[in-house]
Design a protein around this ligand. Structure first.
Ligand code: PLP
Length: 381
């Protein structure tokens, strides 16, 4: 049974849920395997919704190849599994995403791959650490939750000099604000779960690059290790991607206003937003992210955990949601979520106090957002 739409075709792409594709004869099978015609065999190896989404993302990232994975962590796993061998060494930031730290520290070590953590904002420390042969330098463009920015061109140059592959997790910036491959990265990773799909209803990742050898190993690995995506999530992410530019632009404009407003509040001890000149990466942000430093910010309430509890109860329209990149503003509390299992000393080093709230600023109208942040719970009065 063949389904088509006659001489017309749908404006919106269909969802191809089929796990497998059928062939009229063996020559047709060979033609697909030899890439003489486009076609699919088995959804884990590739399906139309993933291929269309990856092509669109690769255009955004200026990548010559790219693949969609089951999650952001699957993208990180695919990139690392495709590059490192037993005995290799990885150098990474001491402020990366918690699950990435765990992947490197608890999983890759079991296969004889060691990781050293360094302050990625201290280029002398990175240069020194790269004197030991290193296969991969792994960083995030903007760190969570204090929004430290990595100097990607400088890191790319250090990586080049020591024959190290620079992998950049660009989730907080998105390709709307930063294209790491154009700044010298070998591989870029995105968690599509966050701003790119953008509506908190998808779990997916993307990995892309320009080096064909890495393409062969990473893209092949996605099927072999079983890191592939599902069609419905790809379809949703493709729809989200259509509005990425305007959502990021609106959310970034809101974040600028919110950061400055928070800084005037008597209950706020400190604001962390690289778009403000009191952030250590203000100048770097202007240079590296000229269209804006994004929608993520953090602020510290005077009064610690109890002050956070009071603020959360007073601001029910800013939902507590330990993720980011939703259309509307959400908050989280790093000390009880993302950095819960770090030692108090480690949290203190990163500036993650009990009063610190992280905001993922959304693209709702700004006056409404400021009202919500000021606390509008009518039951309070
Ligand atoms: C969420 C996130 C990931 C992991 O993505 P998932 O889609 O949740 O697997 C990786 N890096 C960063 C910076 C993230 O915020």
């Amino acid at each position: 049974m063949k389904h088509d739409s006659g001489s017309t075709h749908p404006l919106v792409p269909p969802i191809h849920t089929s796990a497998v594709y059928v062939f009229p004869d063996l020559d047709a099978v060979d033609a697909v395997y030899h890439r003489e015609t486009t076609g699919y065999v088995y959804a884990r190896d590739g399906h139309p919704n993933a291929v269309a989404l990856a092509a669109e993302l690769s255009r955004w990232e200026a990548a010559s190849w790219g693949i969609v994975t089951a999650s952001g962590m699957a993208a990180t796993s695919a990139a690392l599994l495709g590059i490192v061998n037993a005995g290799d060494r990885i150098l990474t930031s001491d402020r990366i995403y918690g699950k990435t730290t765990r992947l490197l520290r608890d999983e890759f070590t079991r296969f004889g791959v060691t990781t050293e953590f360094v302050d990625i904002c201290d280029l002398d420390a990175v240069r020194h650490a790269l004197q030991t042969p290193t296969r991969v330098l792994f960083t995030e463009t903007i760190s969570n939750p204090t929004c430290r920015i990595a100097d990607l061109p400088a890191l790319a140059e250090l990586a080049r000099q020591s024959r190290t592959e620079l992998i950049v997790d660009n989730t907080f910036a998105t390709p709307a604000l930063c294209r790491p491959l154009e700044l010298g990265a070998a591989v870029v990773i995105e968690s599509l779960t966050k701003l790119i799909a953008g509506h908190s209803d998808v779990t997916l990742g993307y990995v892309g690059g320009t080096n064909p050898q890495l393409q062969h190993r990473i893209v092949g690995g996605v099927s072999t290790w079983g890191l592939a995506s599902n069609p419905f999530d790809c379809w949703l992410a493709n729809r989200g991607l259509e509005t990425l530019a305007i959502r990021v632009q609106a959310a970034t404009a809101n974040a600028v206003t919110v950061a400055d407003w928070l800084a005037t509040q008597p209950t706020v001890a400190r604001v962390f937003y690289p778009g403000r000149d009191d952030h250590p990466d203000f100048a770097l942000g202007k240079r590296l992210l000229p269209q804006g430093v994004g929608n993520m910010l953090a602020f510290e309430l005077i009064g610690g955990r109890e002050a956070v509890n009071r603020w959360m109860r007073a601001c029910p329209n800013i939902p507590f949601a330990p993720s980011l990149g939703h259309t509307r503003t959400t908050c989280s509390h790093p000390a009880t979520t993302s950095h819960r299992f770090d030692s108090p000393a480690e949290r203190q080093r990163q500036g993650i106090t009990d009063g610190l709230i992280r905001l993922s600023v959304g693209c709702e109208p700004c006056p409404e957002l400021l009202t919500n942040l000021a606390g509008t719970d009518p039951t309070r009065h």
